[in-house]
Write a protein that binds this ligand. Structure first.
Ligand code: KG4
Ligand code: ZN
Length: 356
């Protein structure tokens, strides 16, 4: 049964996993995530230089631990996978060099993985993974996208954010409300005690030059500004900020926009399966709204298990194993890293000569 060692260092989590494809299922033999969140929180966001340095320190320790926990020797692996794009270049480089070095030393195939393909593969770690075709709502700190998965590893982007990613909007609004980084979990915690209908906030739409709106696209900058104006108005009147209500109203409008546009897209395409992945998919209000509204439309929902929503290496392993299942995918040892790379060109990461 194919087994891979996988590495994830695209942002502020250093993660390693050993994953095996066994009887049609992804089986996690070892999984470690060393979060640097506490250290970056002091600066209100990710400091790229600190992130790269920590990856260098943590990665060898985690590789050793995962191999030990999995009960497997590195020689027993069928491949080594590492995220190579998109992300912070210095951080990606640490995982990529480590992965390529191990692959070269032990004569194993190296698979350079696209970070968003890994997020999509996180749903394969659930009990009941979907079979294509399906629509994916990908909501992370860097991306908000609607992706049509037509067949295994064939992706077509149908919608995107024109400004902030939804996770970024959570992080910026949290900072505005005086909450720590990362903003998503902080807003979620305080919003539990708030009234989600207290403030009426805009559902950003993106206009088409020829008139009307792009039906599946997103914009969160207007919502962010509306939050700022609310905060300024309340402060100018000398009132104390109703943090719970502000957080709950923000979370509610974001959840409604994401759910409604995803369901509209799925319905228009005649797709009856909808998948949600990415860090923001850990949000409970969003998960519940998606589940209740899709049930009314007879659309089946698939979500990544909670621990695999935010960045981890098990999803990188799952993406690599699906590639290996489909054929002899391997990347050049000359493959570098890229801060930006479209997901529908993920196939190029296995081409010769490599694209970057
Ligand atoms: O997927 P991820 O771990 O990293 C990226 O690839 O970007 O996503 C991180 C983002 C952050 O912006 C964080 O605030 C958000 O996911 N996030 C959440 C929650 N947990 C993490 N947003 C809303 N609710 C949550 N519970
Ligand atoms: Zn991510």
């Amino acid at each position: 049964m194919p087994t891979v060692l996988s590495l994830e260092t695209s942002c502020d989590e250093t993660a390693v996993a050993v994953v095996r494809f066994e009887a049609g299922h992804m089986e996690i033999l070892a999984n470690e995530v060393a979060s640097q969140i506490a250290e970056h929180a002091k600066w209100g966001g990710v400091v790229p230089e600190i992130a790269s340095r920590r990856h260098v320190e943590y990665l060898p320790v985690l590789v050793e631990k995962c191999l030990r926990d999995s009960g497997k020797a590195i020689e027993e692996m069928d491949g080594v996978a590492a995220t190579v794009a998109p992300g912070l270049k210095g951080s990606l480089m640490v995982g990529s060099i480590t992965g390529r070095t191990l692959a070269a030393l032990y004569s194993l195939p190296f698979l350079g993985i696209h970070h968003l393909e890994a997020h999509l593969a996180s749903v394969l770690l659930s009990e009941n993974p979907p079979k294509p075709p399906y629509l994916v709502l990908l909501v992370s700190g860097g991306h908000t996208e609607l992706i049509h998965v037509c067949s295994e590893n064939k992706f077509h982007r149908l919608g995107r954010s024109h400004d902030d990613a939804v996770g970024e909007a959570f992080d910026k609004v949290a900072r505005l409300l005086g909450m720590p980084y990362p903003g998503g979990p902080a807003i979620e915690e305080i919003a539990k005690d708030g009234d989600p209908k207290k403030f009426s906030l805009p559902k950003g739409r993106v206009s088409r030059p020829e008139g009307g709106f792009y039906p599946y696209d997103f914009s969160f900058s207007g919502l962010k500004t509306a939050m700022l104006r609310r905060v300024q108005a309340i402060t100018a009147e000398g009132g104390s900020l109703p943090l719970e209500d502000l957080a709950a109203s923000f979370e509610q409008v974001v959840a409604e926009v994401l759910v409604d546009r995803s369901l509209c897209c799925a319905t228009d395409l005649g797709l009856n399966k909808l998948v949600m992945v990415g860090g923001v998919a850990a949000n409970k209000r969003l998960r519940e709204l998606l589940a209740s509204r899709s049930a009314k439309k007879d659309i089946e929902i698939f979500m990544a298990p909670m621990p695999f929503c935010t960045d981890n290496a098990a999803m990188v392993g799952a993406a690599a194993l699906s590639r290996l299942e489909l054929g002899k995918y391997s990347s050049s040892l000359e493959l570098g890293v890229s801060a930006r790379w479209p997901m529908d060109q993920a196939e190029d990461l296995y081409q010769l000569p490599p694209p970057f």
